[in-house]
Design a protein around this ligand. Structure first.
Ligand SMILES: *Cc1c(COP(=O)(O)O)cnc(C)c1O
Length: 402
């Protein structure tokens, strides 16, 4: 059980704070490890050799830069704004997650840690991390809820084939939240030898900042690519938000560009009742979960609520703390699209462009489908297509009766 703390007056000046959000709410036993990680990360960030190695792996192993593709037939079908897709789905292992797994994998090796632990929900972060560990010669243990292991059997096999050990978690709701708790328990026990490779812009400082930095390349590329293709900035950048890593990576470069709307899309699931969705900004309230202060879906007693989404990657009770700040300040706007709208968006994109998006990314496509018709034809929407849909074929076959 996770408990909720409401800090009376969190300091905004402490490192790792995003306004009042973020921070470092962990057991004493992890403080030294987090301080060490923060220190090592700052050093790596300033190290030209580290940056050069990461850049070369991102280019030649992962496939960066990814294309910014003008979706002509989708644009014509919607008859409004011009829609561009940032093709993170074309990266190695099928989603943006490899950016972060490679960055943190290199950092772990630099710190001399030979054992990597990670949590995974749908298995995408587990597969990206298992791949990075194989590449870098590191031992890899992935925690995954029993329910998710059953739902995502193919990814479990992928991780095993890549040499990772997958450990099932049978506590709580036996999904992502419980896998994170179990990974944190392992870290507390083995902190000297072990690096915890967290998969989203979540958790205690420095993770939200570090994970954002490893995904900043997405927004940097979008900016230079759209300026080259169109000679101007887009009306909006649209991205789905689970923990928030692909969205913050796509948004970050545009935060100072006040005319560009930043639009995050949460999972509206099956309905607005608590337990039926994962829309933290619609049904949640500030609280602490798994090391950070942010919006959390919780009941009146502060117990973490169950969540639902057709897309496992968006199915989490909290959200990265930087998004909480961007939400409260109004700099970014957050909407939710339902399971049904996401499924429909998969069909639309498949049939107009020949692209099968991941169900997570389909939430962002659904938002673009909603927005585009009411915008002028000279306005531009950039949708971050965070991943590809191959992993979702089982669910798609069932839900769309293929
Ligand atoms: C994991 C995942 C997400 C959600 O994670 P964020 O940290 O919010 O980006 C979104 N899309 C895909 C394809 C994913 O695999």
């Amino acid at each position: 059980m996770a408990s909720i703390i409401h800090p009376a007056s969190p300091s905004e000046s402490r490192p790792g704070r995003f306004g009042v959000y973020g921070g470092r709410y962990v057991p004493e036993t992890l403080m030294a490890a987090l301080l060490d990680l923060e220190h090592e990360y700052e050093a790596a960030k300033a190290d030209a050799a580290f940056q050069a190695e990461l850049k070369s792996l991102l280019a030649d192993y992962a496939g960066r830069p990814t294309p910014l593709y003008f979706a002509k037939r989708l644009t014509e079908t919607l008859d409004g704004a011009k829609i561009y897709l940032k093709r993170e789905d074309l990266l190695h292992t099928g989603a943006h997650k490899i950016n972060n797994s490679l960055g943190q994998g290199l950092l772990a090796r630099r710190m001399g840690k030979k054992r990597i632990i990670a949590e995974t929900g749908a298995g995408q972060h587990g597969v990206a991390t298992a791949s990075a560990c194989a590449l870098l010669g590191l031992e890899c243990v992935v925690y995954m809820g029993d329910v998710d292991m059953e739902r995502q059997e193919l990814n479990v096999k992928r991780m095993r084939l890549l040499g990772a050990e997958v450990r099932g978690v049978s506590s709580g709701s036996r999904t992502l939240k419980d896998a994170i708790s179990e990974a944190m328990r392992d870290w507390v026990t083995n902190v000297r030898t072990t690096y915890y490779l967290l998969g989203s812009a979540l958790g205690a400082h420095p993770y939200p900042t570090m994970v954002r930095d490893f995904h900043r390349c997405i927004g940097r590329e979008i900016k230079s690519q759209i300026l080259e293709k169109e000679g101007r900035l887009p009306h909006a950048v649209v991205a789905c938000v689970g923990g928030g890593s692909n969205a913050i990576g796509a948004f970050y470069e545009f935060i100072p560009e006040r005319q560009v709307r930043l639009i995050g899309v949460e999972a509206g699931g099956r309905g607005t009742a608590l337990g039926e969705h994962a829309a933290r900004f619609e049904g949640g309230a500030p609280g602490v979960l798994q090391g950070t202060f942010s919006y959390v879906l919780q009941d009146e007693d502060g117990q973490i609520a169950l969540t639902h989404s057709v897309s496992a990657g968006l199915d989490y009770a909290s959200i990265g703390p930087e998004h909480a700040m961007l939400h409260d300040s109004g700099r970014a706007e957050y909407f939710s699209r339902t399971d049904a709208e996401a499924l429909d968006a998969v069909k639309v994109l498949a049939r107009t462009e020949g692209i099968l998006p991941a169900l997570e990314s389909a939430h962002a496509v659904a938002e673009a489908i909603r927005m585009a018709p009411s915008l002028d034809s000279h306005e531009i929407l950039v949708v971050n297509l965070s991943g590809r849909g191959d992993k979702d074929m089982g669910i798609l076959a069932r839900e769309l009766k293929l």
